[in-house]
Design a protein around this ligand. Structure first.
Ligand code: GLU
Length: 313
């Protein structure tokens, strides 16, 4: 393990950015056809600290869609609204060891294992729809905007339409959930909300700021007011740590040691409690749906800045 001193954060970010940019594994996502239109060479990196200061490199101003990173935000919203018992009737908190879009795996209670795989996120989205009804898109986006520290958020309509047209695997998952009475609303209504929150546009700066808010007891960086209650944060970070990286989750905790969430658009969120929020974007992803450059950034930052939660000081 290398020790951070005497390097400044800027120096470490410079080195890590160059190292990640040299990684050229993976391919752009094609199962959502619109995502395949992106420039594969893009790479953006933002790190935010508790004071709200940012270190940013590359294409940090480029907009991309949240995709699975929206699962963290959706789950935060239901944790704020519903009691544990209600949530537990719809979704568990166990890692699956399966791919993010696994169709067959429900636990012994016939519910999805956790809210970070598609099945669980669709069940969570159903709860949001039940609570917000006809206002579900506006209310969900308002909640996301508050966590991201943005006045408003924009949905990438082309990406949304693209996933609506081609999302038969998620339809299969949602029909299975409906069969087991996990969904109260219709499959199409739930998927319309799910695909929309996956298609919310953000930058790496937004992700870094979100990461820092979650790393900072739920308070926006720079001395902001809390936007999440402590109980929500404890549950959210626990599940993101153990389940956020899908079938790579155990290896992730072992090697990197802080909660993270990736999405098939190539975005990646890192949450280093008490220290940093990290946002990375590079569109080529591996077979697990994570950006190899994003993985490289998080691993290298963990190593260089001693960020693993169990690392000695
Ligand atoms: N919208 C994507 C899906 O449901 C999100 C998957 C991901 O980013 O891992 O297939």
């Amino acid at each position: 393990m290398s020790h951070p001193f005497p390097y400044s954060l800027e120096t470490v970010v410079d080195e890590v950015f160059l190292e990640a940019a040299a990684v050229d594994d993976g391919d752009v996502t094609t199962y959502i056809p619109e995502l395949a239109r992106v420039d594969p060479a893009l790479i953006g990196l933002s790190v935010c600290d508790g004071s709200g200061a940012f270190v940013e490199r590359g294409d940090s101003g480029h907009y991309f869609t949240l995709q699975s990173i929206s699962k963290v935000l959706g789950y935060a919203c239901v944790l704020e609204i519903f009691d544990d018992e209600t949530i537990a009737r719809h979704v568990g908190v166990e890692p699956t060891g399966e791919d993010f879009d696994s169709i067959i795996k429900l636990d012994r209670h016939k519910r999805p294992f956790n809210p970070m795989v598609n099945a669980g996120a669709i069940a969570v989205t159903d709860l949001l729809l039940t609570r917000f009804g006809g206002e579900a898109v506006e209310q969900t986006l308002a909640f996301f905007a508050q966590l991201l520290g943005r006045k408003d958020l924009v949905i990438d309509e082309a990406v949304y339409e693209s996933e609506q047209r081609t999302g038969e695997r998620n339809r299969a998952i949602a029909h299975l959930l409906k069969n087991f009475a996990i969904l109260e609303n219709s499959v199409e209504e739930v998927l319309a909300l799910y695909f929309r929150h996956c298609a919310v546009q953000v930058t790496t700066g937004d992700l870094a700021r979100l990461g820092m808010t979650l790393a900072n007891g739920g308070c926006t960086p720079g001395g902001g007011d809390p936007v999440l209650c402590p109980e929500t944060l404890r549950k959210l970070l626990s599940v993101t740590l153990t389940c956020g990286m899908y079938n790579y989750a155990g290896q992730w905790v072992y090697e990197v040691g802080f909660p993270a969430k990736s999405g098939v658009s190539g975005g990646m969120l890192g949450i280093v409690p008490g220290r940093y929020g990290i946002g990375v974007f590079s569109p080529r992803v591996d077979e697990k749906g994570s950006s190899p450059r994003g993985v490289c950034v998080q691993k290298r930052l963990s190593d260089r800045l001693n960020l693993h939660m169990f690392a000695p000081d």
